[in-house]
Design a protein around this ligand. Structure first.
Ligand SMILES: [Zn+2]
Length: 138
């Protein structure tokens, strides 16, 4: 079996991602830059330091953009997320989107990602409660 068969594009989740971007005031820079965001469902179980990983996001490196016309790939680990409610799933996607960092530089717009910072962490805890801090690694 080829490894890539464990991944499948999910355009329905991509639509949810753009709904969240449209509704969340913090995502103004994403609305302006309009990055190409692809969502992949992954059937593999992913863990990090013993915890289940629900999703992650990666900026596509420039040399890969030649082959794949995308700026970001969000991977959803569906064997870990299938028990989440629709609302929890949206919170997860919003969390992943908060890793997007778009910078205006002299060379143009640079699309990258940032790790977790405290502001991000407290924003989520304030809004969704402490138990979410455990769930939202990734
Ligand atoms: Zn995260």
């Amino acid at each position: 079996m080829f490894l890539y068969m464990d991944y499948e594009r999910n355009t329905i989740t991509e639509q949810i991602v753009w709904q969240i971007i449209a509704e969340e005031p913090d995502f103004m820079d994403i609305r302006v830059a309009q990055p190409k965001i692809c969502v992949l469902d992954c059937m593999l179980v992913k863990k990090s330091e013993g915890r289940l990983v629900f999703a992650d996001i990666k900026a596509v490196p420039d040399q890969y953009k030649v082959l794949c016309d995308m700026d970001y790939i969000i991977t959803v680990y569906t064997r870990n997320t299938f028990l989440l409610t629709d609302e929890q799933f949206k919170i997860l996607l919003e969390h992943e989107l908060r890793h997007i960092e778009i910078k205006n530089t002299k060379k143009g717009i640079v699309m990258g990602t940032v790790g977790h910072d405290f502001e991000d962490f407290y924003a989520i805890v304030d809004r969704y409660g402490m138990e979410w801090s455990k769930c939202l690694d990734g």
